[in-house]
Design a protein around this ligand. Sequence first.
Ligand code: NDP
Length: 240
Amino acid sequence: MGRVAIVTGGSRGIGASISKALKAAGHEVAATYGGNDEAAKAFTDETGIRTFKFDVGDYDACKSGIAEVEEAMGPVEILINNAGITRDAPFHKMTPDQWKAVIDTNLTGVFNMTHNVWTGMRDRSFGRIVTISSINGQKGQFGQANYSAAKAGDIGFTKALAQEGAKKGITVNVVSPGYIATDMVMAVPEKVREQIVAQIPVGRLGEPDEIARCVAFLVSDDAGFITGATLSANGGQYLS
Ligand code: NDP
């Protein structure tokens, strides 16, 4: 059954794969992005999926952005909180700005988006929310105190909301990727990438489509009994 879905950061990387997978599953997809107009335009030209530009870290921008999507497409039944950034530094060098930017986007952004679809989902007694966390939120990562804190927070947030949404037909889950071959990871020097791959038991990076398929399953009607869960897709690198 086709539903209206918002994918934040849905125009690039993992988000772009999620947007395409949800479209292929028959959903009407709105892909949001933060600032890269060129990538968003190329994505729409390639896929026909509409894009909407607003900062997930800004509550009022999320409220009006979601209203714009709903006016164009109808009530949002699926929300994928995928937008995320890194601002890495060892903690003794981490600035308050680096901390705040990552918390604002990766954790508060999830609140801002979810809060603005929650009442509608409750009123209609149906919703599917999936947030993209990270292996580094589960195990911690040197140089990523900000990112690990935000991504671990996303998991706690999900477990709490799953309890609140259950009786209202809303499932709330996390997909937690390991290292995935997106621009971000492919940009690191080949030698470092080889060291990363050496730590992954399956011996390779993940593909964005492999994360997208997890998300597509969790939003499907088949997954109605799964809520509050964290689905790890990390090639065996971290077993929680
Ligand atoms: P990319 O950097 O390729 O894409 C990020 C997307 O998020 C872009 O569309 C970007 O918009 C959007 N975005 C960033 N900040 C904001 C903001 N403030 N408001 C709105 N949109 C924003 O990231 P990936 O595809 O690599 O990562 C996607 C998610 O998966 C992230 O949450 C990341 O933390 C997580 N993840 C990634 C892993 C990996 O190995 N790649 C591993 C584990 C988790 P724009 O195009 O305008 O910049």
